[in-house]
Design a protein around this ligand. Structure first.
Ligand SMILES: [Mg+2]
Length: 130
């Protein structure tokens, strides 16, 4: 049943949030953590190397931000484009439209991020995929 497990890469410059995100992923049925990156630049390299199914991307990062990192990851992906979910401490009305422009499948405020929202975002993205 390997194919049914969704592999997740976590990108956040704050260690406490990486820990929290990892817990959410581990509490979500059928999801597993593949790796963690602290910067947008590192996330681009890591996504190319690990080819995750899903990337949890913080918007506010030092260096290139999460929106730009999302564009790079999606542009670099050949056969397997990951689903990117953007996360921010800010509210959805600010970043939602910009997340979509960058190619992200969803935007979730960090305060609302939990296993239900993660599974929902994945299911919606899969349903929208060609
Ligand atoms: Mg941040």
């Amino acid at each position: 049943m390997k194919d049914s497990v969704v592999s997740v890469m976590i990108v956040d410059d704050q260690a406490p949030f990486r820990v929290a995100a990892r817990m959410v992923v581990q509490l979500t049925d059928g999801f597993t953590v593949l790796g963690e990156a602290e910067t947008g630049e590192d996330s681009v390299d890591m996504a190319a190397e690990l080819q995750p199914d899903l990337v949890l991307m913080d918007v506010n990062l030092p260096g290139i931000d999460g929106l730009e990192a999302t564009r790079h990851i999606l542009a670099a992906a050949a056969a397997k484009r990951p689903v990117v979910v953007l996360l921010s401490t800010y509210e959805a009305d600010e970043y939602g439209p910009r997340a979509a422009d960058a190619g992200a499948a969803a935007f979730i405020p960090k305060s609302e991020f939990d296993p239900d929202r993660l599974a929902e975002a994945w299911t919606a993205a899969r349903a929208a995929a060609p």
